[in-house]
Design a protein around this ligand. Sequence first.
Ligand SMILES: Cc1cc2nc3c(=O)[nH]c(=O)nc-3n(C[C@H](O)[C@H](O)[C@H](O)COP(=O)(O)OP(=O)(O)OC[C@H]3O[C@@H](n4cnc5c(N)ncnc54)[C@H](O)[C@@H]3O)c2cc1C
Length: 424
Amino acid sequence: MWSFETDPDFQQQLDWIDDFVKREVEPLDHLLGSQWNIGDPNFKRLVRPLQAKVRARGLWACHLGPELGGKGYGQVKLALMNELFGRARFGPIVFGAQAPDTGNAEILAHYGTPEQKKRFLEPLLANEIVSCFSMTEPQGGADPLVFKTTAVQDGEHWVIDGEKWFSSNARYAAFFIVMAVTDPDAAPYRRMSMFIVPADAPGVEIKRNLTFYGEPEATHAYMRYHQVRVPGENLLGARGDAFVVAQTRLGGGRLHHAMRTVAQARRALEMMCKRAVSRVTQGEILGRKQMVQEKIADSWVQLRQFRLLVLETAWLIDKQHDYKAVRKNIAAVKAVMPQVLHDIAARALHLHGSLGISTEMPFADWVMNSFHVGLADGPTEVHKVTVAREVLKDFAPAADLFPEYHGPAEAARAHALYDDLMEG
Ligand SMILES: Cc1cc2nc3c(=O)[nH]c(=O)nc-3n(C[C@H](O)[C@H](O)[C@H](O)COP(=O)(O)OP(=O)(O)OC[C@H]3O[C@@H](n4cnc5c(N)ncnc54)[C@H](O)[C@@H]3O)c2cc1C
C-alpha cells in the first residue's frame, strides 16, 4: 500500500511547528551567537521560554524512544518535523534535537552505565549541558585508520593522549566522546575504542578554535588531550568497538540532517521565486526569461527528488527497523545532499545579483554550508563508494564472453518462446 499522506492529528502538530518556527524561532538567528552557548544570559531569556513551549506541546526531543521520555516517533514523522524546524539555525536546539547531542545521547543510552546516564545523559537530554564528539584528527578525518590518539590502561584508569581536529562545540561542552587507539596490533577496525571524557578532566585543552565562513563564532576546536586520566567505566561499549559505537549515532541523524538541508534549500527556492516575480530587467520580470525559468524548474525538481529519496529512506527504516538494511539509501541521501543545497543556494544567490552575494542575504552562508554537509559525518566520496558497493552486490559476473542481455541472445530467447505462435 502506498500513501503520501500525513495523518490529520500529526499534520496539526506540523502546522503548529511551521508557524511557531517562522514567527518565534527564526528571528533568533539574527540576534544570538552560537546555538550551543547555553550559558549566554540571552540564551536563557530568549531560548528557554521557546523550549518550554515545545515541551508543553509534547514535541521536545521527539527522536528519543519512550523509555527516554520521547514519543518514539518513527523516522518519517521525525523527517517531516526536521524539515520545518530546520529552517532556522536555532530550530534544532529549541526542539531538543541538535547535533551532536542527539547522536551522543544515543551512544550514552546504549552503552552508558546507570551512573553515567544520570551524570551525562539526563542533563544532556534536558539541554542543561551540551556535548562534543571528538573523532577527527589533524592528519585526516575521512580515513579513521590514520588516527593516532591513544588510550593506555593504567590500573583502574585509561590515559588518553593525542590531538583531535574540528571538535565542534568543544568550548561549550560538559563532556567529550573521544575515539582512541587501545589495541594498535588488532585488525584495522578493531584497534579503537570510545571514551567519555569530562571537560574538566586535567589535560583537556583547546589549542584553538576554528570557524568556517559565515558562522557567527569560532566553535570547532583543535584539541589536545594531554595524559587525560579517566576511570575504566568511561570506556563506552566494548574495547575495540569504536566503529560499532560510532555507527550507533549516525543512522537516523543523517536523515534528520538531510531534512534540515531540504528546509534550507526550500527557503532558497522560495526567495528565488519571489525575486523572479519581482525584479524587472529589460522590460519584463526575471521569471519570464527562459534561462531564469530553467533555474527555477531545475531547482524545484532537484529539491522534490531529494525530498522523496529522504522520505522513502525514512519509510524503509520505519518498516524494517534495521539501519544496515537501508545502508545504500542512507549513503545516497548523504552523498546527494551537498549538491542539492549547493545548486539551489547558488542559483538563488545569482538571481539576486549583487544583493545576493552581499552579507545582507543568507545565500553565501548556505553555499558554504553545502561544503560543510559534504564533509562532516563522512565526505561525499566515501558515501558514493558505499552506494556503488551496495548496488553492485546485486549483480553477478556474466557467465559467457557476451552478456545475457546481448541483443542476439535476447532475440534467440524471444524466438524460442514465441515462434510457434507467430505466422510466417
Ligand atoms: C563544519 C564541520 C564540523 C565538523 N564537526 C566535527 C566534529 O564535531 N567532530 C569530529 O570528530 N569531526 C568533525 N568534523 C570533521 C569531519 O568529520 C571531517 O572534515 C571529514 O571527516 C573529512 O576529514 P578531513 O577534513 O580531514 O578531510 P580529508 O580526510 O583530508 O579529505 C580531503 C579530501 O579528500 C576527499 N576524500 C576523502 N575520501 C576520499 C575517497 N575515498 N575518494 C576520493 N576523495 C576522497 C574528501 O572529500 C576531501 O575533499 C567536522 C567538519 C566540518 C566541516
